[in-house]
Design a protein around this ligand. Structure first.
Ligand SMILES: [Fe+2]
Length: 214
């Protein structure tokens, strides 16, 4: 469990879901190695936050300073923790075509599931880090975006609905450079019920967040 340490929250790694070791087309070895990276990110968040208590704030500087290095490292590692927890939790399903609220919103915002899927796969082939289906809380719609690094390129006030890791560690053991085959395998194992739960939590039928108060 997470424990507060002063004002800086310390994280605990969540266990890798058992079902992710029984995927079709993504090997247990890939998942175990991938999980080790996740554990490393959790440790780094905690390490940075421990060091924040002793850092020289007076030396903070935007070119280089220990304070800056810690803050940049913290967001890289923290985003990595969040993205990987979502990633692991959504694998182990049967793939296929979604139903329910996510299906409704993909149809509404992309015209059809097939059109969204084609766009998302292109995003997955374009990204150097992650392809992400997100729900924009300000404009109240789903959209895809890509990140080349875990702490650059993320969109503010956009809830992560379906993040797909496309860093090479996600697929190189199983597919070498053939990323498209990994992307197909990713979808073969996707649990749409997890995605639907996220959309229910992130996109309730209520007024959207206002960017400017009236
Ligand atoms: Fe990863």
């Amino acid at each position: 469990m997470e424990q507060g340490k002063g004002s800086l929250l310390q994280l605990a790694a969540k266990p890798l879901p058992e079902r992710t070791l029984r995927l079709s087309g993504i090997s247990p070895r890939t998942m175990k190695e991938h999980y080790k990276l996740y554990e490393g990110y959790v440790k780094k968040v905690n390490e940075v936050r421990s060091k924040m208590t002793g850092v020289d704030r007076n030396a903070a500087n935007p070119t280089y300073s220990e304070y800056r290095a810690l803050k940049r490292g913290e967001t890289f590692a923290l985003n990595a923790v969040k993205l990987h927890e979502l990633y692991f939790a959504q694998l182990g399903g049967k793939g296929g075509i979604p139903t329910g609220r996510i299906a409704e919103l993909l149809q509404r915002d992309f015209g059809s599931f097939e059109n969204w899927l084609a766009e998302f796969k292109a995003a997955g082939k374009s990204a150097r880090g992650w392809a992400i289906l997100a729900y924009d809380q300000n404009y109240g719609h789903l959209f895809n975006f890509i990140t080349d690094s875990q702490h650059d390129g993320n969109v503010l006030q956009a809830s992560l609905i379906l993040p797909m890791d496309v860093y090479e560690h996600s697929y190189f053991i199983d597919y070498g450079t053939e990323r498209a085959k990994y992307i197909d395998a990713f979808f073969d194992n996707l649990d749409w019920s997890v995605v639907n739960r996220r959309i229910h939590e992130s996109a309730p039928r209520r007024p959207i967040l206002q960017l400017f108060s009236r």
